[in-house]
Each structure stands twice: as structure tokens, then as C-alpha cells.
Ligand binder design. Structure first.
Ligand SMILES: Cc1cc2nc3c(=O)[nH]c(=O)nc-3n(C[C@H](O)[C@H](O)[C@H](O)COP(=O)(O)OP(=O)(O)OC[C@H]3O[C@@H](n4cnc5c(N)ncnc54)[C@H](O)[C@@H]3O)c2cc1C
Length: 529
């Protein structure tokens, strides 16, 4: 790729949102998809459950809307919820047209499963590997399209903004670091679309892949975009705790089938937290595990399946069984060590019903966006659907984006920066941010904990800033800089919310305020970029 590239549409990210946008927008323009690792290194590829849509005669749009609103705890935008829910069936049809192999019933209809929070069976899936099947089909379609160029191992550094050239804020592309060559290219685009996924890596325990470092949120915030509701981080109750496991989700279905949570000494504890014990709501179970771990100082709790029939366990959970066995845990004979983990970012870059951010010609789709669908808590399997609905809408809207660009664009300038011989600074700061975010701004928060995190993030960000300007940029350094900014934004959003609502739970304000308000931050009222 040349050092300066021009395209109609620049997309940062190759998950469901980025690829679906590319496929639609390529019908009327040239699309460049930039992705920081391999094209399939995405959260999309890891999604297990499926895509929610109203497809059965027993179900209705209103029921799906109501379920979403109930879980969202007063902060969903009803118009957006309706818009997304009504689009569901058409988006499932689109998946089928793309060649996604969705599971069928014996009679040939689509097999619908039921997940927590859904009043009906409405989740289409492909075994327990739905996301990788979607990713496969979309990547194949993208590879066939003459108007789409996919560039891997390139990481977005910063967005190009007219504000730097004395104009009104508008985005006209991005600086992109070629990770292999180590130099920065300039991509000029009529519309720039952030499809860069979530930010689970802000926390030491996460179900997310390594790419989830919140880059899109950080890049957008740095050029003045509004971000919203970042305190609403969804924690999954059970991720495998093992030094070599990476991030591996232990599905809620194990508890659904009779799995029991136990402490290291074998005692059960969920009865003390909820009448439904292990089958209580996801956030209650996550909080209970977090509390037990904090109380005992243990590394994990255990999910016990050993009382169930071994053949049943192996047959019902083949992937989990095999993965644990490979790590030396036979789940039919030994309890599984588990911890809760950051799973999904409900907030993000604020967008309207066409995926527009508050910056002209800058769009955000998928997990990086805050559309108003999820409110204070996400209903399971609504996120893949949201990614599809909004990427299609943005593909329609960008057609009319007006070209804005300065007469002369400045190339990336690295000044006196030298190669770093102190990479340990990056590793240590990375570890530290993720640990204190987990302890202080995790599942159970308090004013004191948040304040501790705030003091630490300020010192760390100062250190990272110095390092950033002194040394040549690397992918690790860019991710650390973004991660620390996103951590700062989560801390600030959590600090300002003086109530417990949805996923934000604080010991100091255990109740909900009467009026539900979004938290919004931008450069003028939030932390320094
Ligand atoms: C284990 C797991 C299970 C899940 N199960 C479900 C489920 O069953 N149903 C459901 O609806 N949701 C599920 N989710 C959530 C859902 O998978 C994600 O919300 C969704 O896939 C996000 O899609 P996306 O396109 O926004 O981002 P992603 O799929 O995460 O893609 C982000 C892309 O952006 C790229 N990127 C990021 N930063 C940069 C940068 N600076 N420069 C270049 N590229 C960059 C990444 O490399 C990647 O290609 C699950 C999530 C996880 C982790």
C-alpha cells in the first residue's frame, strides 16, 4: 500500500460491523478495511450464542422490545430499540443469503434457542460457534468483492480532523501504522467508519480477544467526539481461570444444566445471594462470585459438573469439555476454576439512528458505538444484531457524505522520536491499569475505590504521554495509550453516576435515582486526551 491512500470509505475493524458495512457500501464506492491483526481476530469470531430476532409465531416485536427495555434498566432509547428489533428478521435473512449455516430444526425451520432475559425462543445460532460461522461467510464475501480492499496488520493511530487545520470538526481519514514495516500511512476518505469493537482488555479478566483495547473510543474522543455510558461494563460470571487458558468463556448453559458454584472447600454459596441460586440473573451471580473471591482472597471459585452424567456433559458441551481437557481439567471429574470477566461494553461513541457520531463524516458501528439500544445493560444476543442493523444503515448514509478535506494534508511526523529500549514500561503499565481497574472499577464499586483508580490513572497517563512523545510508536504503545484513556473515561463516567443502575453497582448509592440520565463525556468536560 502506498504512503498516502485515497478511498471513498475507510473502515477500521473487520468484525461483523465492519464487514457488513463494507459489503453494503461497496455497492456504491471503494472501501478500504483496515484491521490490526488477522482479519478474523475479532470478538465476532468468538461469539458463541447467536443473534436475537423475532422469527416464531409465538413471539412479537413488542415482546423483544420489552425484554430489551427491561434489561436496559431505564436507559434504552425506545425508538432505537424498535428500529433494531424490527430489522431483526431481515438481517437473519441476509445472513442466510451470505451463506451463513444457521442451525435447523428437524422440520427444516431455523432452530431458535432461548437465553437469559428473553421471554421467547428467538436466538438463531450455529451450534456454539455462531460468530466464527458469520465471520467465515462475511470474509469470503468480502474477498470476492472487487470494490473492497482488506489490509491486515495495520493499526489506526489517530483520526484526521479538520479542527487541526482551523476548520469546523470533521473527519477525513486516519493515520495508520503498518505493523510489519513500522511506518505510518495516511488514508484519506470521504467517510470514516469506526468498527473497532469493545474494550474488555481494560480489565485483567476478560472474555474478549486481545484486539479489544477500545482504540475506536479513544481515537474518536481525541478529536472531540462525544462518548456515552461508559460505566456500563457487562461482566460475564464465568470465564475459565487458568494461566494458559487465555480468555475462555464457560457458557451460562452449564449452570442451566445443573452446574453448581462452589468455594475451594466445596461449599456452595449462591443460595445466600438469590432465591434462584446459580440460576439467578447474570449480574447477581457475577457480583456474588466477585464478593466471595474478595472475601476469601482466593484466585477463583469453582463450577462443579461432576454430579452430572459424564456422557451427557461431554455430549452437551463438546467444545468446553475438549478445551478444559487440553489444559488438564476433566470437567466430568473435576470442578472448573472460574472467575467473572469483563465481557461487553454497553457504552461507547455516541451515535444517532444513522450511526453518525457528533463529528461530521465520522461514523461508529458495532460494540464501539453507543446507539441507545442497550441502555444500562445489554440483553444477550442483541449485539450481533445491532452490529448488522447499524452497519447497513451507515452504508446508506455515507452515500451522501460531503467531501471535506484540507488543501494540503500533513503527513505523519515522528520528529526526534527514537526506538524505545525500555519496552518494559509498556508491559508494566499495561498490567497495572488492568489490575486496578478490576479491583476498583469492576463489578462492585464505591466512591473510595473509584477515587483510588482516578489518582492512579492520572499518574500512569502522564507517564504514558511522556513515553509516547519520546519514542517511535509501536502497536503495543498505541494500545496502551488507548486503553489508559478508555480506563480514564470509564472511571470518570462511574465517578459521576451517583446511583446503582443496570451494570453500574456502587456500595455508596445502592438505589436508583428517579430520573435516568445518560453520562456523556467530551474533551470540554471530560479527562484530557
Ligand atoms: C466470548 C464472546 C461471546 C459472545 N457471544 C455473543 C453472542 O452469542 N451474541 C451476541 O450478540 N454477542 C456476543 N458477544 C458480543 C459480540 O461478539 C460483539 O459485541 C461483536 O462481535 C462486536 O462486533 P464488532 O464488529 O463491533 O467488533 P469485533 O468483532 O470485535 O471487531 C473489531 C475489529 O476492530 C479491529 N480493530 C480494533 N482496533 C483497531 C485499530 N486501532 N486499528 C485497526 N483495527 C482495529 C480488530 O482487530 C477487529 O478486527 C460475545 C462476545 C464474546 C467476547
Amino acid at each position: 500500500m502506498p504512503d498516502v491512500v485515497e478511498t471513498d470509505y475507510l473502515v477500521i475493524g473487520s468484525g461483523i460491523a465492519g464487514l457488513n458495512f463494507a459489503l453494503d457500501a461497496a455497492e456504491h464506492g471503494r472501501v478500504l478495511v483496515v484491521t490490526k491483526k488477522a482479519p478474523s481476530d475479532t470478538a465476532t469470531n468468538w461469539a458463541q450464542g447467536g443473534v436475537a430476532a423475532v422469527l416464531s409465531g409465538d413471539d412479537s416485536f413488542e415482546q423483544h422490545v420489552q425484554d430489551t427495555l427491561t434489561v436496559g434498566d431505564g436507559l434504552c432509547d425506545r425508538n432505537i430499540v424498535e428500529l433494531v428489533v424490527r430489522e431483526g428478521p431481515a438481517q437473519v435473512q441476509r445472513l442466510l443469503e451470505l451463506g451463513v449455516a444457521l442451525a435447523r430444526t428437524g422440520e427444516g425451520g431455523l432452530d431458535l434457542t432461548r437465553e437469559g432475559g428473553h421471554s421467547q425462543r428467538r436466538v438463531v445460532h450455529y451450534s456454539d460457534v455462531t460468530g466464527s460461522e458469520i465471520q467465515r461467510a462475511m470474509l469470503a464475501a468480502v474477498a470476492r468483492h472487487p470494490n473492497i480492499t482488506m489490509v491486515d496488520e495495520h493499526i489506526g493511530v489517530d483520526l484526521l480532523s479538520m479542527a487541526k487545520y482551523g476548520g469546523a470538526p470533521a473527519c477525513f481519514g486516519a493515520y495508520i501504522l503498518d505493523k510489519r514495516g513500522g511506518h505510518v500511512r495516511t488514508v484519506l476518505a470521504r467517510a470514516t467508519v469506526l468498527a473497532s469493537g469493545g474494550a474488555g482488555k481494560v480489565y485483567v479478566y476478560t472474555s474478549n480477544p486481545d484486539v479489544a483495547t477500545g482504540d475506536g473510543i479513544a481515537m474518536a474522543y481525541r478529536i472531540g467526539a462525544t462518548v456515552s455510558d461508559l460505566e456500563f461494563v457487562q461482566f460475564h460470571p464465568t470465564v475459565l481461570y487458568h494461566p494458559h487458558a487465555g480468555s475462555f468463556l464457560i457458557s451460562e448453559a452449564l449452570r442451566g444444566e445443573g452446574g453448581k458454584l462452589r468455594l475451594a472447600d466445596g461449599r456452595r454459596f449462591m443460595d445466600a445471594y438469590h432465591p434462584l441460586a446459580e440460576l439467578g440473573p447474570r449480574d447477581v451471580v457475577a457480583r456474588a462470585i466477585d464478593n466471595e473471591i474478595k472475601k476469601s482472597g482466593a484466585d477463583s471459585v469453582y463450577l462443579d459438573m461432576t454430579h452430572l452424567d459424564a456422557d451427557f456433559v461431554r455430549g452437551r458441551f463438546p467444545t468446553i469439555y475438549q478445551r478444559c481437557l487440553a489444559l488438564g481439567i476433566d470437567i466430568t471429574r473435576q470442578p472448573i476454576p472460574v472467575v467473572p470477566a469483563a465481557h461487553y461494553m454497553c457504552g461507547g461513541i455516541k451515535t444517532d439512528e444513522w450511526g453518525q457520531t457528533t463529528i461530521k463524516n465520522l461514523y461508529a458501528i458495532g460494540e464501539t458505538a453507543s446507539t441507545g439500544l442497550h441502555g444500562a445493560c445489554r440483553l444477550a444476543s442483541n449485539s450481533l444484531l445491532e452490529g448488522m442493523v447499524f452497519s447497513s444503515r451507515v452504508a446508506q448514509h455515507v452515500r451522501h457524505a460531503e467531501l471535506v478535506r484540507p488543501a494540503q494534508v500533513q503527513p505523519w511526523y515522528s520528529g526526534d522520536a527514537t526506538d524505545s529500549n525500555d519496552a518494559i514500561v509498556v508491559t508494566l503499565n499495561w498490567e497495572e491499569v488492568r489490575r486496578f481497574m478490576w479491583s476498583y472499577v469492576g463489578i462492585v464499586r464505591s466512591d473510595k475505590r473509584i477515587e483510588r483508580a482516578r489518582r492512579r490513572i492520572e499518574i500512569l497517563r502522564e507517564e504514558i504521554r511522556e513515553y509516547y512523545w519520546d519514542f517511535k510508536i509501536t502497536s503495543d504503545l498505541l494500545e496502551l495509550r488507548n486503553l489508559a484513556l478508555v480506563a480514564n473515561l470509564i472511571i470518570e463516567s462511574a465517578r459521576r453516576r451517583k446511583e446503582s443502575r443496570g451494570l453500574h453497582y456502587t456500595l455508596d448509592y445502592p438505589n436508583k435515582l428517579e430520573v435516568a440520565r445518560h453520562s456523556e463525556l467530551q474533551l470540554t468536560n471530560g479527562p484530557q486526551a
